[in-house]
Design a binder for this molecule. Structure first.
Ligand code: IPD
Ligand code: CA
Ligand code: CA
Length: 289
């Protein structure tokens, strides 16, 4: 009898220890996520300050691989400011950023940064541009933010916790008919050097009489689908830094994102279709004709 009680007691204690460990782990993860979010927001605001400072002033502009694929000194300053904030908190984390490339480490956290998405707009004084930062943990997007400081619009999403615009919950549109959809797309600045010609697909949508916009910032395009302003977006040849944050913002706002075959999406894909979910298959059909 006494033995039974002892066994039961040990079991109970073990269970408690186990439960306490589990709870501690959850508290630890919650604290980590809060610190990550805090750092993400501090980083994006520090980049935004740089964009605001230079927007109406003068700055150096250079061409990259093609004449109109631009980089300005502001892209680099914004990138430095963002990376400084992240490194000050998490010096061991992996960074992938458009202008510096990979600052590779063995960490399971990877920050994917576009210090200005919409550089051509920025260089021409068009206030449709933003900073985009996505954060992967173990290869899965954990949180992301896109900030257009000129419209004061901060989009944010955390996996499983929803998407927000300036702290208000975001939801994709409810339109289920592609024929009355408002769409957005983009075209690569390196058309001559890539295989896919984006014009035939663009033409198919335009011939249906659909309004198709081209804003010049893929990250903003994605966020505006998440906000229900557009019903769908597609583009060839984007890079992970264009999409990392917007990808999660779309999903958390109830939208769908895939490649042009409708397969599950990766930010390292070269085909991006993001919609409210309801017109996704209709768009896929037209794209793959
Ligand atoms: C560009 C923008 C644009 C898209 C281009 C991207 P950048 O990014 O997102 O909308 O059409 O393909 O390269 O160069 O301004 O960071
Ligand atoms: Ca970009
Ligand atoms: Ca950029």
């Amino acid at each position: 009898m006494a033995k039974q009680i002892r066994i039961g007691h040990r079991y109970t204690r073990k269970k408690k220890v186990y439960l306490r460990g589990f709870k501690n782990n959850r508290i630890f993860l919650k604290m980590t996520n809060e610190l990550l979010k805090n750092t993400l927001l501090r980083a994006i605001h520090s980049g935004a300050e740089i964009l605001r400072h230079y927007f109406e002033g003068t700055f150096e502009i250079q061409s990259k691989d093609t004449l109109n694929n631009l980089v300005t000194e502001v892209d680099k300053k914004s990138e430095d400011a963002i990376i400084d904030v992240i490194k000050s908190e998490f010096p061991e984390h992996f960074i992938l950023s458009e202008e510096v490339g990979e600052l590779s480490t063995a960490s399971n956290y990877k920050w994917i940064i576009d210090p200005i998405d919409g550089t051509v707009n920025f260089a021409h004084g068009i206030p449709i541009c933003c900073i985009s930062i996505g954060l992967e943990r173990d290869g899965q997007m954990l949180m992301g933010a896109v900030f257009n400081p000129f419209m004061n619009e901060l989009f944010f999403a955390e996996r499983g916790k929803g998407a927000f615009l300036n702290n208000k919950p975001l939801k994709v549109s409810s339109n289920a008919n592609m024929e009355i959809a408002c769409l957005v797309t983009g075209f690569p600045y390196r058309w001559a050097s890539i295989e896919t010609d984006p014009i035939p697909v663009f033409e198919r949508f335009v011939r249906l009489g659909l309004p198709v916009r081209r804003l010049g910032s893929a990250a903003i395009d994605l966020c505006w689908v998440a906000a229900g302003r557009f019903d769908g977006f597609w583009e060839y040849n984007l890079n992970p830094w264009d999409i990392a944050a917007g990808y999660l913002i779309i999903e958390e706002a109830g939208g769908r994102i895939s490649n042009f075959k409708g397969q599950p999406y990766s930010v390292y894909d070269k085909e991006t279709l993001a919609t409210n979910g309801k017109i996704h298959d209709q768009m896929l059909e037209l794209i793959s004709k």
